[in-house]
Write a protein that binds this ligand. Sequence first.
Ligand code: FMN
Length: 205
Amino acid sequence: MGETVFQPPVTVAITGASGAQYGLRLIEALVAADHAVWVMISKAAHLVIDTETDAALPARPERLAVALAERCGARAGQIRCFGREDWMAPVASGSGAPSSMVICPCSTGTLSAVATGASNNLIERAADVALKERRQLILVPRETPLSAIHLEHMLALTRMGAVILPAAPGFYHRPATVNDLIDFIVARILNQLTIEHRLLPRWGE
Ligand SMILES: Cc1cc2nc3c(=O)[nH]c(=O)nc-3n(C[C@H](O)[C@H](O)[C@H](O)COP(=O)(O)O)c2cc1C
């Protein structure tokens, strides 16, 4: 039997901002588009997931990968998960990291760490790698109101080539459900990744 081949991997980091559903739905959409998905979930994000959703996700990376695969209907090996200090993971180095990384949702804490190059955990390190290698980095912050610190970090990251894609869904598509609001943001992320989807009609369709 040959090895299963997926579309190129996309790194998805879920951090502890409100809106864990955005990140979980993004993983689902990437799996549906047949991409490999490399996932990191921060400690705070696990707390937010428990607070905001019914998804029971274990913390240990191997068990988390199994739970996410079950949830998303992923094929064997399609989802890989890495722990907070798994410095040997491919995302920790420019030679192994995928060409795209999304932090969704992105807490202001992680926003700050990425803007200043802290690299104190694997999510921050993977984002640092994306920046130094000039790869695609998309951050989906959720906070309101925004302080000067948040705004300065967002401006600095935009100037470094990252995309700041706030979790701020529009209402012109007449959302009827919470899922419609979630899909609005996930569709915008997939557009950035140039991944085909039918989550929302495109403007003008
Ligand atoms: C239920 C809950 C909701 C939160 N919502 C937000 C939020 O919307 N935005 C934010 O930046 N932080 C939020 N936080 C705080 C972060 O989780 C906290 O700053 C944490 O240190 C972030 O760590 P991380 O970036 O490693 O995930 C929330 C925390 C909890 C428990």
